[in-house]
Design a binder for this molecule. Structure first.
Ligand code: ARG
Length: 272
């Protein structure tokens, strides 16, 4: 019985994408980006979602916001409610209102965040829980705000390695009750929490994590991931999932992969 259901995603084309500042260890402002390659990789990702039967909406990119391509950071949307993002770094501040406007115009109820949070970069829905990262970007207090907004229990997880500055670089939600994660990215207590909640989780090693392999997108059957994460792909196959490698190397220069470029829109009434 296929578990897959059609998803709705929001993406932002890399029209203004470049690495002009450094706010994570993957970014090197001197390294040039190739706009044509970035666009081709982004289009391949969008086309793949369409081929898999998902819906993709597109937000207009803002000039002067080179990181807006990382749509996952733009908001958190569950059951038709959009909890807005409020960015840690001034360089990305304008993105929050831009995504908020998109959701308001699209008829979603929007709740403006009072506290710093970087959307689905740090707030990941896993079945009946929201897994929430903190340590580099999202304030721990925003976890409580998200819990109030969504009425879902929020599990705070402490990130400790700057390479894995957002939760979605260290953990992938594969299905309601299955996650994959890289334990060294978390504090000992948070590792213990993850082990308790997900004793059957896929444990991802250094090599795959270092390719941002965990910055992956799952629809419950297919898992779109970076090509470098070959052991992870094997682990996914062992669990009956279908890994699909998509090259996002150009977007990795800004510190993101497939998941960073993909914000899931969960409409009202769609089961979490
Ligand atoms: N350059 C961006 C930043 O540092 C990358 C964001 C990646 N997005 C993500 N969901 N992890 O904010």
């Amino acid at each position: 019985m296929p578990r897959v259901r059609s998803r709705r995603y929001l993406m932002c084309p890399p029209t203004h994408y470049t690495v002009s500042y450094e706010i994570n260890p993957w970014m090197h402002a001197g390294v040039p980006t190739d706009p044509a390659t970035a666009l081709a990789q982004w289009e391949r990702l969008r086309d793949l979602y369409l081929e898999l039967g998902h819906r993709v909406d597109v937000i207009e990119p803002l000039p002067g916001c080179p990181d807006m391509v990382y749509a996952a950071n733009g908001a958190t949307v569950i059951d038709g409610v959009c909890y807005t993002a409020r960015f840690h770094y001034a360089e990305r501040a304008a993105e929050g209102p831009a995504y908020e406007k998109w959701f308001a115009d699209a008829g979603f109820r929007t709740v403006r965040a009072q506290l710093t949070n970087e959307g689905e970069g740090d707030l990941l829905l896993a079945g009946r829980y929201i897994l929430a990262g903190t340590g580099f970007r999202t304030d721990r207090a925003a976890h409580a705000e998200a819990q109030e907004v969504f009425g879902l229990p929020v599990i705070s997880l402490q990130l400790v390695d700057p390479r894995f500055y957002h939760l979605d670089t260290a953990l992938t939600v594969l299905d309601d009750d299955l996650v994959a994660y890289h334990p060294p990215a978390f504090s000992p207590g948070s590792r213990a929490v993850l082990h308790r909640l997900f004793p059957d989780a896929i444990i991802v090693g250094d090599d795959d994590a270092a390719h941002l392999g965990l910055n992956a997108v799952s629809d419950g059957e297919h898992v779109v991931h970076a090509p470098g994460a070959s052991t992870f792909a094997e682990q996914l196959r062992e669990r009956g999932l279908t890994p699909i490698a998509v090259d996002t190397s150009e977007l990795l220069k800004g510190g993101g992969g497939a998941k960073c470029c993909t914000l899931e829109i969960r409409e009202a009434g769609v089961p979490a």
